[in-house]
Design a protein around this ligand. Structure first.
Ligand SMILES: Nc1ncnc2c1ncn2[C@@H]1O[C@H](COP(=O)(O)OP(=O)(O)O)[C@@H](O)[C@H]1O
Ligand SMILES: [Mg+2]
Length: 258
């Protein structure tokens, strides 16, 4: 179970969650995506119809609804499910404050859920370090951090790392950063390769070898309610996410990078 987190918006959290999940499912894994961002972009990108969704992860966090009852199967991708987000979730950050065990509501929900038939659970976090992201870091032992290959890539990363350490020392001793994914890589610019080098120097083997290139097809796919894996499987972005998923699955087996 891993959370996809970075408090910066627009670095590729949702894109990475959706496309890694789709790739892993297409390789025969059983995968659940939990959309923990009130914007609900992961739900939309996976083709979950907003009009037909009244209950979401909000109801699990705030009203004790069961994960099993909230998970919807993703159209066109067997073995992939999504617990969607609805706009109610925007209020959860505040509503959670007054609840008992507010940091571990998601963990509790998953303890009551039989996940033994799932191979991966990916939680798409909102662009903040608030209670929703903390819930994800308490529920998941692994954090995957997408980093956009651009000038300000490393800015704010220290704060994210400190938060991971805080959650680890107070709430979830098993928490580890397991994976870094470099996103929106533009091979034509020196800056992108400098950022990639810098991230590799800092995080070593945690960084996947696969670079996700900037690709128009990746950014188009969500407007069709699809992952790029189904929208254009031959595109550079789809090939990269397939390769990234393969690396992750390989690491899970061999422990490299853990
Ligand atoms: N590899 C890529 N190539 C082109 N556009 C991308 C790529 N990855 C993400 N994007 C676009 O960048 C924007 C931000 O990505 P998103 O995954 O929503 O970030 P976050 O969830 O971190 O806010 C979106 O419009 C998305 O379509
Ligand atoms: Mg997002």
């Amino acid at each position: 179970m891993l959370s996809v987190a970075n408090q910066k918006g627009g670095v590729g959290k949702t894109t990475t969650t959706v496309n890694l999940a789709a790739s892993l499912a297409m390789h025969g894994n059983r995968v659940l995506v939990v959309d923990l961002d009130p914007q609900g972009n992961a739900s939309t990108a996976l083709g979950i119809e907003k009009e037909e969704t009244s209950r979401s992860i909000y109801h699990c966090l705030v009203e004790d609804a069961e994960i099993r009852d909230l998970a919807q199967s993703v159209p066109d991708i067997p073995n992939l499910w999504c617990v969607p987000a609805t706009i109610d979730l925007a209020g959860a950050e505040i509503e959670l404050v007054s609840l008992v065990a507010r940091e571990s509501r998601l963990k509790r929900a998953f303890s009551a859920f039989d996940s033994s038939e799932l191979d991966y659970i990916l939680v798409d976090c909102p662009p903040s370090l608030g209670l929703l992201t903390v819930n994800a870091m308490v529920a998941c032992d692994e954090v995957l951090i997408p980093i956009q290959c651009e000038y300000y890539a490393l800015e704010g990363l220290g704060q994210l790392l400190r938060n991971v350490e805080l959650v680890k020392s107070h709430l979830n001793p098993s928490l580890e950063i397991s994976t870094i994914v470099l996103t929106m890589y533009d091979g034509r610019t020196r800056l992108a390769s400098q950022v990639a080098d810098e991230v590799r120097q800092h995080f070593g083997d945690l960084v996947l070898k696969t670079l996700v290139p900037r690709s128009v097809r990746v950014s188009e796919a969500p407007s069709y309610g699809q992952s790029v894996m189904t929208y254009d499987p031959g595109s550079t972005g789809a090939v990269a996410y397939m390769e990234a998923a393969r690396e992750m699955a390989h690491r899970a087996k061999t422990g490299v990078g853990n």
